[in-house]
Ligand binder design. Sequence first.
Ligand SMILES: [Mn+2]
Length: 274
Amino acid sequence: MAESPSAAPAAGPVAVSAAGPAVGAVAVLSDIHGVLPVLEAVLAEPDVRTADRIVVTGDHAAGPLPVQTLDLLASLGQRCVLVRGNADRELVALASGGSSPHPESVWAAGQLRADQVALLGDLPHPVTLDVDGFGPVVFCHGTPRNDDEVVLVDTRLERWAEAFAGLADEVRTVVCGHTHMPFTRLVDRRLVVNPGSIGMPYGRAGGAWALLRDGQVSLRHTPIDPQTVCARIVAESAYPDRAAWADEYIWSRNSDADAVRAFAPRDGRGAAQP
Ligand SMILES: [Mn+2]
């Protein structure tokens, strides 16, 4: 087959509310949920250490080590971009007297310092960054329009189209978190990436993350020793149910099959079936 002629260079991508020049490699972490030991393991990965930006797509602190996790993220400075997740929004509401069905969130909200509540209260959603090889990339928690909207690897194209209706045409890459399962797929010519979860992975223990570099996406996985991580959480957290919480989530007792079945009704599938 003949080589295609090389196309003339296109005009540079238009950044959509993206501040500053394009950035190089981006490590994407998500859904840390206060699991400091796994965050530390992922931050020690060579490709995370050398990434130009670390973008964390929400749900940072609702879990067993909220104060220490936010302090570590803050210590990364401008290289680290935090996006708001629904659980971060919930922590802010809890800190001013709200209620929640999630006991670890109620506890975590009571641990945070005032400056940390303020930090969470100021987080943006979504965030657009111009990334080398990608153009403008939208980083969100649930979907660009809603930090609590569920989309799954097998969500119908109609729902994806609704969720992306407000995106500018030049946005060809969207990164979502929230569902704690890694995948990458095309959705009508847009590349969608979910890095999975650092702290509460479904289907496989360890820290899941993603690397965006030179126009290529790779899904990464940092192995951990669940026994060691659980022992640290038990030793370092004061959350009363930390042992059971760590056992369930650090060992990834819930499979991706369990999670997809549980979340599926939330993506509208079947709702309009005759
Ligand atoms: Mn979430």
